[in-house]
Design a protein around this ligand. Sequence first.
Ligand SMILES: O=C(O)C1=C[C@@H](OP(=O)(O)O)[C@@H](O)[C@H](O)C1
Ligand SMILES: C=C(OP(=O)(O)O)C(=O)O
Length: 434
Amino acid sequence: MSHNIILTKQGKTAKGTIHLTGSKSECNRALVIEALSGGRVKVKNLSDAADTVTLAGILNSKVKSENSKTLAGEEAHGPSTIDHGQLINIGPAGTAMRFLTAYYTLQPGEVILTGSERMKQRPIGILADALRTLGADITYVEKEGYPPINIKGGFEQLTREISIKGDISSQYITALLLIAARLPLGLELHIEGDLTSRPYVEMTLAMLKQAGIQHTWTDNVISIENQEFGETALPVEPDWSAASYWYAIAALADEAELFLPGLTSYSLQGDSVITEIMANFGITSQFKDGGVYLTKEVKPIVRKIFDMKECPDLAQTVIVVCAALGHEATFTGLETLKIKETDRIKALQNELAKIGVKLIEKGQVYKLDCSEKFIPETMFINTYEDHRMAMAFAPLAQIVPQLEVEEAKVVEKSYPAFWTDLEKVGFVVEEQKA
Ligand SMILES: O=C(O)C1=C[C@@H](OP(=O)(O)O)[C@@H](O)[C@H](O)C1
Ligand SMILES: C=C(OP(=O)(O)O)C(=O)O
């Protein structure tokens, strides 16, 4: 049974303190690092994002490390033996799918990794090919290049040098970097073409460094030698992608005073660039008292072009804010949106049409046309099993008198407390059976 949410809000003032959960991206890296380190590295402030809870559950249930040998022939660290042909379902978690694909090539035994119906349409071939070049045994169970995949772990490494396309998903690169230090020959990764979502690769390397793993990155080549993890804690910051919805709420309010504890200006998360993006919409971010204060000043919006290549998860947030304000901006760097939880371009086009706004694709450039924009009395938001569709459109409840959002629990993927947090700043959230 799916439940929709009806959102209403009196007035256009947003005031309150919101404690955000930990970054799903940082947590999922930290969990894999922890598992590969055999407990030397410990994650702190684990997120309650469903993708993280799923990954933690899978990694924790596989700890049977006694007496087993790793690929390198040393004593195993962390999860290492797995039951023959075990089926592991990671649901809609893209990072978990990609990171575990690499992770299980190191673990003796055989697994089938699968996910939601959408996951079976999200490509994995580029990563599987790279791992096969290293020597891993990966085969496709259904469609070539897509999950589910069968992994026979514990391979003999054939080479340390591989090439990988950088413009489809940075998650493939992260997956390889996470296991690199456990490869007997290490890894020399040549990134071909443009690198998309670059801050996520930087996050991976920064977290590995915190865990004692050194690297070099020269031009398009990242190298990591075989080396041991250090004994350390990996603290996780609150989620900046989640923070973006609070920036959107502030941007669509007349008055805002929001405090988001735990966020700092020196984040590993590229999505912290939301502070700069939203400055264009009159939002000031002041870092003090161990968090960030957002305030709003109504002013004309000048910036016309937004490149989302380094922060794709912010695209829906920023596009919806521009549409709601009738700001006809141009967007680039949206190519990867088509292979995320849904085809986010199509989903945006469909939902923005409900307020008369068009998102027009011209090659690699997307332009908003707000010439026929209107504000309906009620609006139904389809969410396409995409948490970010629900959260990016929810701020519109400040403008549209009644907003119904399909399948409220979709937000659990990254931000389970989203609806209850909205109530803290005066949104009225009512559950409605679909
Ligand atoms: O590595 C990560 O944690 C992520 C990388 C990005 O994916 P792509 O590299 O596929 O753009 C981002 O969209 C995703 O939500 C999380
Ligand atoms: C794209 C996302 O996640 P993933 O690729 O991990 O499913 C996201 O959270 O927006």
